[in-house]
Each structure stands twice: as C-alpha cells, then as structure tokens.
Design a protein around this ligand. Structure first.
Ligand code: ADP
Ligand code: MG
Length: 320
C-alpha cells in the first residue's frame, strides 16, 4: 500500500519516559495514568491539527519493576525472560493509552478508536551489539549474587558506578517491524495505533522463517524511526522533556536549535553535543529518518508538540 492511500499526513510520535512516569514518582497506577492522560490530551491537539497518529513509547521503569516482581516472586512463580516482560509492558502501557486517549477524544468530540499492537522488531544476529552488552536493566545486586547469576544464568552483569552490580543486555539496531502491515492497515482504516512500545520486542528470524524472542533492549527512538519508515510516515516526532535540542547543553553558552539542516545536525553530532544515553539516539534517529527520505523530523516537548508541527516550536531537521 502506498502513502497516497492515506488522506491525512501520518505522524509517528515517540513518547519519552516522563510522559508515563516522572523522576521521583513511585510508579503507582494512579501516577502513571495521570501522566498518560496529560500526554494524550496533548496528542489530541495533533489529531485536531489534521494528522493521523501512531504512538510509540519507552518502558524503562515499567520493565524494571516487572523484572523486580519476577525476581522477588521467583520461588513461587517462574520468572519470565526479558522478551516476555517487554510484551507485558506493551500491554499495560497500551491499555493506559487506549483508555486515556478514548476519554480525551470524547471530551473533544473526536470519533476515533485506538488499538495497541504487541510489536515484535527484527534484529540481526550479526549486530555488533551482541558482542558488547551495554544496556543496564532490572535490580542492583551485591557482588556475590552477581557472580552467581553470571555462572547460573549466563547473564552479563557489570558494576554500575558504585551503586552495585546490574545486568546488562545488548542494544541492537532495529531492522524491521514484524507487524508493519497490521499497523498500516489499521491506520488506513482510520484507527489510532500504539505500537513498538519499549522499542519493541527484539526477535530474530532464522533461515526457515522461525521467529525467536531475544533478551535484548532496542532503543525506543531507533525503533520509532524504523516504524516510521516501515509505515511510510510523513513525520517522525520525538517528544521528550526539553523543548529544543541544544549545543553546549547545560553550559552558560547553551544555544537552542530551531530549524537545522541534516548536514549541520550531523556535524553537531560529530562534535559531541548530544549525550549517548539521552539526546544522542534521538538526534541519530531523526537523521536516519530524513536520510532515508522521511519528510519532517522533529524533537520537542509534549506541551510544544502542536506548535512544533506548525513550525513554531521545537527543533526540526530538514533535508536542505
Ligand atoms: P526520554 O525519556 O524522552 O528518552 P532522555 O532522558 O533519554 O529522555 O533524553 C532527554 C534528555 O536529554 C533531556 O532531559 C536532556 O537532559 C538531555 N540532553 C542531553 N544532551 C542534550 C542536548 N544537547 N540538548 C538537549 N537535551 C539534552
Ligand atoms: Mg531516552
């Protein structure tokens, strides 16, 4: 199906961690639902602006909590592997989004149904990330526990800046969204879709076509970009907790960026302005999107999303 088949421009929107759980909050259901409600209220503005919307989101704190629950209850209920824990967070966050979005749309008199797709994302067995696990997940352990886990389960654990030992898993690149046709069909039929939550569930496909779940974590910004390309989205928007990407971030000579060409942005990235674990992957995925033929790539905050789509806020990377 080609892009011409949807009447409205299609935006893939990646929601940052703050949209669901804010630093310092405990993570109660009430806190998360209220945060999601605020995020959905803002996203209805994007729908009013005339866009079809696919939402993707992070799951760091949620999957961390599920891993901890698994660990604490391991003597009573068998612990689940990481891919299955990831699927649990897609369902739980998808539910919060579906419910909040339905309520926010009803307030504005917009008729639209929302569906969450449990999403598998193909990764390559040759991805160099598998030789060097870097992504910390789950609870902290004492050194002795950590050594036992490495021996018993074959996990990789690393000492984390004096806070204890923590499991690290590979963070491979997304290659393809397995459910892309389902997602496209739903969008073309007028549904709002939540997909690829937590960066998607990493899977590998062997020569016979068999799909296997992988214990790894795909960066949600990279997965969002892969999704945006796979569904032929017009716009890829990353919503986080800063309105603009900055040069010299946090320093007295900080410069906030508005419209930037792809070449300029690549140059700034090479100069090291964007941190690896936070702004780095956002800028890199926006660059990939525009490089691969995407029309518009925006990074901004939730409250500025609508203005940014009109060209009046945020940081936008343009081809030329
Ligand atoms: P998310 O949960 O949305 O993925 P992250 O914490 O991963 O959020 O990334 C957003 C954070 O990136 C911002 O809160 C900001 O502190 C940080 N950051 C790092 N470098 C920059 C930069 N150059 N410009 C703006 N923000 C930056
Ligand atoms: Mg992040």
């Amino acid at each position: 199906m080609t892009q011409e088949s949807h009447k409205r421009p299609l935006a893939v929107i990646a929601l940052g961690g703050n949209a669901i759980l804010q630093p310092g909050q405990k993570g109660t259901a009430e806190e998360q639902i209220e945060n999601v409600r605020i995020a959905m209220s803002s996203i209805t503005g994007i729908i009013e602006e005339g866009y079809d919307v696919i939402i993707t989101h992070g799951n760091g704190p949620q999957v961390g909590n599920i891993l901890l629950q698994n660990e604490e209850a391991a003597d009573v209920v068998p612990a689940m592997p990481l891919d299955i824990c990831g699927s649990q967070t897609q369902g739980m966050i998808g539910y919060m989004i579906q419910r909040s979005m339905a309520n926010e749309l009803a307030k504005k008199g917009i008729k639209k149904n929302v569906a969450t797709i449990v999403t598998q994302v193909q990764v390559s067995p040759d991805d160099p990330a598998f030789k060097n696990p870097t992504k910390p997940i789950g609870p902290f352990y004492k050194e002795e526990e950590a050594k036992n886990l490495m021996a018993e389960k074959g996990w990789v654990l690393k000492e984390d800046a004096g806070r204890g030992w923590r499991r690290v898993v590979p963070s491979p690149n997304p290659v393809s969204i397995i459910e892309k046709n389902v997602i496209k069909t739903l969008v073309n039929d007028g549904y709002m879709v939540v997909a690829s939550g937590g960066g998607g569930i990493p899977v590998m496909i062997d020569e016979s076509g068999k799909i296997e779940g992988i214990e790894a974590v795909i960066d949600k910004d990279y997965a969002g970009e892969c999704l945006a390309l796979d569904v032929e989205a017009d716009i890829f928007v990353i919503l986080t907790d800063v309105e603009k990407v900055a040069l010299n971030y946090g320093k007295p000579d900080q410069i906030n960026l508005g419209k930037v060409t792809i070449d300029e942005m690549r140059e700034y990235a090479n100069q090291g302005h964007f941190k690896a674990g936070s702004m780095g992957p956002k800028v890199a995925s926006i660059l990939r999107f525009i490089d691969s033929g995407g029309k518009r790539g925006i990074i901004t905050s939730l409250d500025k999303a609508r203005a940014a789509l009109k060209g009046n806020a945020g940081t936008e990377v343009v081809a030329k």
